[in-house]
Design a protein around this ligand. Structure first.
Ligand code: NAP
Length: 249
């Protein structure tokens, strides 16, 4: 089973899966900076060389940021790390997924509004700040989960909102004033769930024959919001396909 992210929730998922887990991340068994599509593509080649088939792909790598930043590839960093690298990774590894194999996206399953904006400016060339920078990447995962499930019925696709979890996500956040970051981190430490408990839902979805869908902590089913409409899903799929086309085989 492939797990992206080797610390935080991803680290806890990998720990629960034990020897079954192959981690991809800056500190993973397969080293890769998933904010770069070139690195994501290279990582999938390395995964394919190590694993002839996969029973699950669990995407956990992600960041929280309030500031748009651009990578050396000219793409918006959080958009790539939280969403587009997942799209590319899944597109490249889907042929390796066994029939009935699972794809689990750890994001915010239905929590965020549609703030994606126009599909011709997904990389925020005109810049931007605020909750939208991270929030739109979470909504993109909602759209992707539902569209992928429809296009690839042989895969069981789920999206997970773990709720607040005691990880480094706010400590490492960018574009957030230092004092606010400290405050968010303190609140999260107080009310957040232990990463091992938060890992329970993605792990159950990766290993059980559970019905795919949107889930929260403790494997609670969540509704798929009405805003995850077919038109928007297809628009994002087409735009994503265009952005990753140089890295598709
Ligand atoms: N924690 C929460 O309260 C919470 C709430 C809602 C949703 N989520 C979602 O859950 C996911 C995981 O969050 P978390 O709390 O585990 O975050 P975290 O503790 O900050 O960990 C970040 C994760 O992302 C990976 N990562 C970061 N930058 C990377 C890069 N450039 N390339 C490759 N991997 C990178 C890290 O792995 P490496 O160290 O190997 O790079 C690590 O696994 C995120 O998508 C987040 O949006 C979290």
């Amino acid at each position: 089973m492939l797990v992206t992210g080797s610390s935080g929730i991803g680290g806890a998922v990998a720990a629960a899966l034990g020897e079954r887990a192959l981690t991809v991340g800056r500190g993973g068994m397969v080293r890769a900076d998933l904010s770069l599509l070139s690195e994501t593509a290279r990582a999938t080649d390395e995964v394919a060389a190590r694993q002839p088939s996969l029973s699950a792909i669990v995407c956990c790598a992600g960041v929280f940021t309030l500031r748009a930043e651009h990578t050396a590839e000219g793409l918006e960093r959080a958009f790539v790390l939280n969403y587009l690298s997942r799209y590319l990774l899944v597109r490249r590894l889907l042929p390796l997924l066994r029939p009935g194999g699972r794809v689990v996206l750890v994001a915010s399953a239905g929590r965020y509004r549609d703030t994606l904006g126009p599909m011709d400016d997904l990389n925020l060339r005109r810049g931007g700040r605020g909750l939208r920078i991270a929030g739109r990447t979470q909504f993109a995962c909602d759209l992707f989960a539902v569209e992928l499930a429809e296009r690839s019925p042989e895969a069981a696709v789920s999206c997970v909102f773990p709720g607040p979890v005691r990880t480094r996500v706010f400590r490492d956040a960018t574009g957030v004033p230092a004092l606010v970051r400290l405050l968010l981190d303190a609140v999260q430490r107080r009310v957040g769930t232990d990463p091992a408990r938060a890992a329970g839902t993605p792990v159950a979805l990766a290993v059980d024959g559970r019905e795919p869908g949107f889930y929260g902590l403790g494997c609670v089913r969540l509704p798929v919001p009405e805003r995850v409409v077919a038109g928007r899903r297809r628009e994002l799929w087409d735009a994503s396909e265009n952005l990753v086309r140089n890295w598709l085989r």
